[in-house]
Design a protein around this ligand. Structure first.
Ligand code: GAL
Length: 418
């Protein structure tokens, strides 16, 4: 074949490929609440991967840790008949959106990618509506962590606590040395995050399940719950006066900068340390919240997809769902986010020590019964019950209500919301 003909043949073949693309490029509008430094870095990984496949990412970020504002915005867009392509929605709420009949069926991509083999069974059940995948899980976060600045402890001559008594002792020393013991963000979801970790520390996993998963009035109003409320209120004296309303990542920044000794927060806080270039075991310590090392309060982020009229939009959405569970995304995203992969069988080597510990504890607590869903992060109860718990917890923390009254109110308000 002559050289000029060869070039022509190659050129024509290329044009033919370009004219019949295997997938149509589409746009996905993605609602999420990942706006802090570490979170934004994490979600950018998904955007990049999707754009590499030729699709367009339209960012629909609604700030507000814990996602309650994002959920309000999502509902109003859906009511107006104009939902985004995908939205960060978790736990039992997935079933509620399923009942609305608005979710896209992810069965085709789930089958092709063998999701049933790579997603843990307990998580897969939450992602399915009437037996069909309608959501894709992203990660596993652990709630009951304590983030420590070792320099602050050293300056105060305090020991890093593993029990509640040690925690109070350390907090007193840090305060006496003129520093803030606990970096706290006074927002209802952050209060509930700390509170539920205290509940499991005081009552254990079975009590936690009865109270905050089954919403059993007997457990909610019990002396054990009174003790949990007492411990929770007791922390307040070790926080600073600017705590009310503070965002969680600003509280993390106080620990990073050495303004405060510790923070109790899920491991998205680790994403902030990572984004600031801090090294675990050197610049900061990550340990289970005192009294909770046997427990793993889990929180799985996931995305739902709304039914699409345009074929291209449907294909872009499917591409996003597929990419989320691929090993490359699972690794890079979770390293940035502070969480661990939800995909089974991922190698641990590239993860840091706190993540490796989390991976081991996830498996160990699944066997021991210490693995329980987070109420505060929408894994355990329907939004109405969660809302009732949040109301009592925040009213108690921000008033002079007694712990006994709080437990009584918790039992009655949850019963009314059920
Ligand atoms: C959680 C969510 C995490 C993290 C956190 C703070 O509910 O699961 O991914 O974003 O809120 O916004």
């Amino acid at each position: 074949m002559k050289k000029s003909m060869l070039i022509w043949t190659l050129a024509l073949t290329m044009i033919a490929f370009m004219a019949v693309p295997s997938a149509m490029a589409g746009e996905v509008e993605v609602l999420h609440w990942w706006t802090s430094g570490g979170e934004a870095k994490s979600v950018a990984v998904l955007k990049d991967l999707l754009e590499k496949e030729g699709h367009t990412w339209k960012d629909f970020a609604v700030a507000g840790g814990g996602g309650d504002t994002a959920m309000t915005v999502l509902r109003s867009r859906a009511v107006a008949g104009n939902p985004p392509t995908a939205a960060q929605v978790k736990g039992p709420q997935i079933q509620q959106w399923g009942d609305e009949g608005v979710l896209a069926d992810l069965g085709r991509v789930a089958k092709a990618e063998k999701w049933d083999d790579i997603i843990p069974g307990v998580v897969a059940n939450v992602m399915k509506y009437r037996g069909q995948y309608v959501a894709v899980p992203v990660n596993v976060h652990r709630i009951n962590w304590m983030w420590v600045n070792p320099e602050v402890f050293k300056k105060a001559g305090a020991k890093v606590p593993t029990t509640w008594a040690e925690l109070e002792e350390a907090a007193k020393k840090i305060q006496a040395a003129g520093m803030i013991p606990i970096a706290f963000g006074g927002q209802d979801w952050q209060e509930a995050t700390v509170f539920e970790s205290i509940v499991i520390g005081v009552g254990g996993a079975d009590f936690y399940r009865k109270a905050l998963v089954q919403a059993d009035p007997g457990a909610l109003g019990s002396p054990t719950m009174v003790k949990a409320f007492e411990r929770f209120k007791n922390l307040k004296q070790y926080t600073d006066k600017n705590a009310p309303g503070r965002d969680w990542n600003l509280a993390t920044a106080m620990v990073i900068k050495g303004e405060a000794g510790m923070q109790f927060m899920g491991d998205w806080a680790k994403g902030e340390f990572t984004a600031a270039g801090k090294v675990p075991g050197v610049d900061y310590l990550a340990l289970p919240m005192p009294d909770t090392d046997k427990y793993f309060l889990f929180n799985v982020d996931s995305f739902i997809f709304f039914k699409q009229k345009a074929v291209a939009a449907g294909q872009a959405a499917e591409a996003m769902a597929r990419l989320i569970l691929q090993p490359r995304f699972q690794e890079v995203f979770n390293i940035n986010k502070g969480s661990i992969p939800v995909r089974l069988g991922m190698p641990k080597d590239n993860f840091d020590a706190p993540a490796q510990r989390s991976m081991d504890d996830f498996v160990a607590t699944a066997k021991s019964g210490g693995l329980v869903p987070s109420m505060a992060h929408e894994m355990a109860v329907y939004p109405e019950v969660r809302g009732a718990i949040f109301d009592v917890v925040t009213n108690f923390y921000n008033s002079d209500m007694s712990a006994a009254d709080a437990a009584k109110r918790l039992a009655s308000e949850v019963a009314a919301a059920k």
